[in-house]
Design a protein around this ligand. Structure first.
Ligand code: AMP
Ligand code: TRP
Length: 360
């Protein structure tokens, strides 16, 4: 899907957790696509610190990560003059609306979320027997059980609130967020049906190139910042030396032919990264690398990544020194976001018989 002419001046909103360093996956699958939308749309970018606390996070780390996150966004091209960047907890309404939506969400819908099941199984639990629609979890340790807090289960409802609070039209997300987006759309429709037309039913916008960058160590899995293997994930702030090492050790295969195909996930991933950064198509790259070995592909790819990320890293290093500037970006973003949020929250409160919240 591309954004056509008649779709101009839509309200675009997306968010990401302040989990520190952005990966190449975050950049190609998310942030870089967002920056192309600033000119023609009203854009809101949320840093979702309340989502971040669904997993244990040290207070100092959380605070630092929010600054790191906004500095990386600006460095990646999200010009604060052209969009609103805000922190979720700075804006009244996210948790309020989340609670209201929670009361419209059957528990079973949340237990079926793939990402919830993944997180739970990572925490040491296994999805046991499927009983009708519900999934039961057996636990192998009291400590692990303590980690499965209700916030993890309700995570997608808070995400739906982030979106509906602004009546966003389009939500740029990676492939992995499609299921959460479906829940968000269902909730909007459910609310509208029950309390009359209130919310815009938002569309997910999944970019075409680079929407799913895979791990360098196991190319059948998504590149993720939570990967324990440090060679698996490229970060946008990695120094050139680190980029070289990670690409050199990226898993390929023994065929020694440079072509993209489902049986060659490693090579396909490297070609996809090259294509997303260099703008050349996969076919052009296959022609370019015909008869060449993986060493050549890796060397050239290292160069492409290093040169693409150099300006981002340099800009970040400059911005992260200037907390006053970063705070002012977030304060302006929160002000604009709050103005819009109060209008919608107020409408929601009235519809369901709660007192008016409009202080905006
Ligand atoms: P997260 O890092 O999970 O908070 O994701 C932030 C944004 O980056 C979301 O839109 C994700 O879908 C996207 N994203 C994360 N990892 C990848 C990846 N490996 N490939 C493409 N997009 C990704
Ligand atoms: N769940 C999203 C992720 O993990 C982050 C997120 C939270 C989000 N709220 C959102 C994304 C609202 C888009 C819109 O990537």
């Amino acid at each position: 899907m591309t954004i056509s002419e008649e779709e101009k001046r839509k309200v675009i909103l997306t968010c990401a957790q302040p989990t520190g360093k952005l990966t190449l996956g975050n950049y190609l699958g998310a942030v870089r696509n967002w920056s192309t939308m600033l000119e023609n749309h009203e854009c809101y970018f949320g840093i979702v610190d309340l989502h971040a606390i669904t997993t244990p996070t040290k207070p100092v780390t959380l605070r630092q990560n929010v600054f790191d996150c906004v500095a990386q966004y600006v460095a990646c091209g999200l010009d604060p003059e052209k969009c609103h960047q805000f922190v979720q907890s700075h804006v009244v309404g996210h948790t309020e609306l989340a609670w209201i939506l929670t009361c419209l969400t059957p528990i079973g819908e949340l237990q079926r979320m793939t990402q919830f099941k993944d997180k739970v199984s990572k925490l040491g639990f296994k999805a046991a027997e499927q009983e009708g629609e519900e999934i039961k979890f057996t636990h192998d340790g009291a400590r692990a059980q303590a980690s499965i807090n209700a916030g993890l289960l309700c995570y997608p409802v808070l995400m739906a609130a982030d979106i509906l609070l602004y009546n966003a039209d389009l939500v740029p997300v990676g492939e992995d967020q499609r299921q959460h987006m479906e829940l968000c759309r269902d909730l909007a429709q459910r609310f509208n049906h029950q309390f009359s037309e209130t919310f815009v039913v938002p569309d997910a916008y999944v970019g075409e190139t680079g929407s799913r960058i895979m791990s360098l160590a196991d190319p059948t899995r998504k590149m993720s910042k939570s990967d324990e293997n440090e060679r698996a994930t490229l970060y946008i702030l990695d120094e050139p030396g680190q980029i070289g090492k990670k690409i050199a050790s990226a898993v390929t295969d023994s065929e020694a032919v440079i072509r993209a195909s489902p049986e060659k996930p490693g090579v396909s991933n490297l070609l996809a990264i090259h294509s997303a950064l260099s703008g050349q198509t996969i076919v052009q790259l296959e022609e370019h690398f015909a008869g060449k070995g993986y060493g050549v592909l890796k060397e050239e790819l290292t160069e492409v990544i290093t040169e693409s990320l150099r300006p981002v890293r340099e800009k970040y290093q400059e911005l992260i020194q200037d907390k006053t500037y970063l705070s002012s970006v977030l304060a302006q973003g929160a002000e604009a976001a709050q103005k819009r949020a109060y209008k919608i929250l107020s409408k929601v409160y009235r519809k369901i018989g709660l007192p008016d919240r409009n202080r905006g």
